[in-house]
Write a protein that binds this ligand. Structure first.
Ligand SMILES: Cc1cc2nc3c(=O)[nH]c(=O)nc-3n(C[C@H](O)[C@H](O)[C@H](O)COP(=O)(O)OP(=O)(O)OC[C@H]3O[C@@H](n4cnc5c(N)ncnc54)[C@H](O)[C@@H]3O)c2cc1C
Length: 423
């Protein structure tokens, strides 16, 4: 569930259970119309999900449909089309809900990892991307991976080995040589007819060197990878106490949203565009509230995902200001959990340049590129590239970012189909 504390000391929990969410909205004194507006908001995204991910035509599978086909699947309904291609998350939320607190809880969901504020066009589409999956039968549901996110990669590695793959890790590729294979940074040549690159498009471009048509080069050069995200990973002696939490709110088992409202978030984005860090909006995750295995016995973990910060600071550098910016993120959290600083035993602050250096993602962009409509659907990259024998399989390809595995599956199927067709 999503749990959001407010400045006035109240809070709101929105559950996977519609009736419980509607009751929670009424319980904070919002109107019945707002409770119904919230359900209409959930229905709107659920309707799009069911139209675009039906068993008959799952648009996440294989290449993206064209806009015309998507509009047809949406029944040419202007409201649905607007959410997919045009609307800001603020317009969608504010059109259905009047209560400022309920709005505050929701509008950040259109801005995750996005270099835009909640009032900017296309941000409804970012929330849509996050609502298109389902988990254990819950539409739009998310979860923790037992043992930590890295377990997904280990599981994939095991499956690949079982299927006969040879894996090499910690050996960066220095160049992709189409039709020949890849050259490793150590100089070794690995022969392969087909190369599938999981590196982001800008890195892949660098690896391909001259072997790429001009129009595709221009497309990758123009690919937007500006990220507003600073991550603060914390080891805790115990879970912090949220002052506004009611007994059955269970904030640590939910996704805690900390926001001062839509206008402040928009202003924070504008500050970041001027090079000023303004990490006023945060989402907190407490993995250990579900799975103790990722921390030493009795200890906890808190992951803070905060926006908005710039890659390039107007004053100073990330090297000089990293810890100060981390302090600001935690001060934002402390407004609602005053003991948070006392319970932190270890912390790690990762701004966009740190995410770039550590994970190898250009710009530190968590999704290998902006996920507003300008770079989604048939405007996202295809697994197939114009370079013979070179494919992409990362989050920059359709259907976009997150740990969804769809991009890899689409790439694998494209490679197999092309091999079968003899191309
Ligand atoms: C801080 C952060 C928080 C996130 N939170 C969530 C979340 O809560 N839930 C969720 O679902 N998703 C989340 N995401 C997004 C999700 O992790 C990504 O969308 C997903 O991992 C994309 O997978 P990918 O296969 O495209 O590879 P990526 O994760 O994009 O990785 C690209 C890989 O290419 C490698 N590479 C680059 N250059 C070379 C080279 N020259 N040689 C060899 N390898 C190279 C890099 O080392 C890297 O391993 C988050 C991402 C970040 C960074």
């Amino acid at each position: 569930h999503l749990w959001c504390p407010f400045e006035d000391g109240t809070s709101l929990a929105l559950w996977n259970d519609r009736d419980r969410s509607a009751a929670a909205i009424r319980a904070i004194g919002a109107s019945d119309a707002d409770a119904k507006g919230y359900l209409a908001y959930e229905d709107l995204f659920a309707t799009i999900r069911s139209r675009l991910r039906s068993p008959a035509r799952d648009t996440w599978v294989e290449d993206s449909p064209s806009r015309d086909e998507l509009e047809a699947l949406l029944g040419h309904d202007p409201t649905l089309i607007d959410v997919v291609f045009e609307a800001s998350i603020a317009d969608v939320v504010e059109g259905l809900i009047a209560d400022e607190r309920v709005r505050t809880a929701l509008t950040g969901q259109g801005c995750i990892g996005t270099w835009a504020g909640p009032r900017d066009p296309g941000t409804a589409g970012v929330h849509l991307m996050h609502s298109m999956g389902s988990l254990e039968g819950i539409g739009g549901g998310w979860g923790y991976v037992e043992g930590g996110m890295g377990r997904v990669a280990f599981a994939l590695a095991d499956a690949a080995r079982e299927a006969g793959a040879a894996l090499a890790t910690g050996v960066p590729v220095a160049a992709i040589l189409p039709g020949v294979g890849v050259q490793l940074e150590g100089g070794e040549l690995v022969h392969a007819d087909v190369v599938v690159s999981n590196a982001d498009p800008k890195r892949t471009l660098g690896l391909l060197g001259e072997a790429i048509p001009d129009d595709y080069r221009a497309r990758l050069e123009g690919w937007s990878v500006e990220s507003p995200v600073v991550k603060v990973n914390c080891g805790l002696s115990r879970l912090p106490t949220f002052s506004a939490a009611a007994e059955d709110d269970a904030p640590h088992r939910g996704m805690v949203t900390i926001s001062q409202g839509t206008d402040v978030a928009q202003a924070s984005f504008l500050a970041a565009t001027r090079g000023e860090p303004a990490p006023d909006w945060c989402e907190l995750y407490f993995h250990t509230a579900y799975d103790a295995s990722i921390a030493p016995a009795g200890k906890h973990a808190m992951s803070v995902f905060a926006q908005y910060v710039p890659y390039t600071l107007a004053e100073g550098t990330w090297g000089e200001r990293r810890e100060e910016i981390g302090d600001r993120v935690l001060a934002t959290v402390a407004r609602f959990a005053p003991d948070v600083v006392d319970v932190i035993e270890e912390r790690e602050v990762l701004g966009p340049p740190d995410i770039e250096a550590r994970i190898g993602l250009t710009g530190g962009h968590i999704f290998q590129g902006d996920c507003r409509p300008e770079q989604m659907w048939d405007r996202r990259l295809s697994a197939r590239t114009p370079v013979d024998g070179v494919y992409l399989c990362g989050a920059a390809t359709h259907p976009g970012g997150s740990v969804i595995a769809a991009n890899g599956r689409n790439a694998a199927m494209a490679v197999l189909a092309d091999a079968a067709a003899g191309s």
